[in-house]
Design a protein around this ligand. Sequence first.
Ligand code: TRP
Length: 326
Amino acid sequence: MSGIRPTGFLHLGSYFGAVRNYVRMQEEFECYFMVADLHSLTTHPDTKELKTNVHRVLSENIACGLNPGKVALFCQSHIHETAELYLHLNMLAYKGELEKTTTFKDKVRLQPDNINAGLLTYPVLQAADILLHRARYVPVGKDQEQHLEMARNFANRFNHRYGEIFPEPLAFNYGEELVKVPSLDGAGKMSKSENQLATLYLSDEDELIRKKVMKARTDSGPTLPHSPKPDYIENIFLLMKLVSEEAVIRKFEADYDACTIRYGDMKKQLAEDMVRFISPIREKAEAIRNNPAYLKEVMETGAEKARKSARATMELVREAVGLNYF
Ligand code: TRP
């Protein structure tokens, strides 16, 4: 089970860090992938763009290979049982631990005029999303580890007080190091909100992709054979490893070691390989986005699957809590 916030566009980092793992997991597990529209209300109370954003994030995930026929792909707000489990878990979550959560403290700093209780209990709602399906594996990045640990704590407290209902949800990845997708300006990773010119979005047009790649930071090249690479050059090689062919990478590695590398050529190659990678995804996502009837069907089918699992869990929860009077 995992959740995707419908704020911002998918980029190369979300693809290699998250979506690609979802696509792999769908072959092996019973999967629940959810658009976290309710979570987005804690920071984005204006809902004018919500529908567009939800449609976009669904389309982009499907275009990347997520198969709504295999997984439950659904919207959080369509599963009303979530609110009920959230209420129960709120009784097991302590004010102190919620206030200490890193993401809460960050958001307090970012939006001092809207420190609402939903922001404080964000990790409780996330735990409800996960525990509702009694999920064991949650593919998430490093930034979500604290939330997941809290979900485990709430699950254990529930089990301890009312009986074993929930398995412990664990962060899941495929053993390899989490792939880092560096940003094009040599500073940090590609991200939804930071420097948009240094991030390649799956919706970028070919010309924009070329422009962004060509602007990536380089220098005049090494002067001694087998020099270590500065970070921003290493990053260009890292990006190449994601989308270019072996032989191409080997050629530029050899050029680098021989001090004959021409970064202009390297970036041109990278730009074309990026275009080849991104443009089919962009076009597929666009086609899906322009087909609201299909999206409606996806959401309905997904919600039906998710509700089935949610209802079964809630029967157990109500019984365990002792809300069975007849
Ligand atoms: N908090 C997650 C994020 O910011 C989104 C999310 C909501 C989520 N519910 C979830 C992730 C359940 C994993 C499981 O990306």
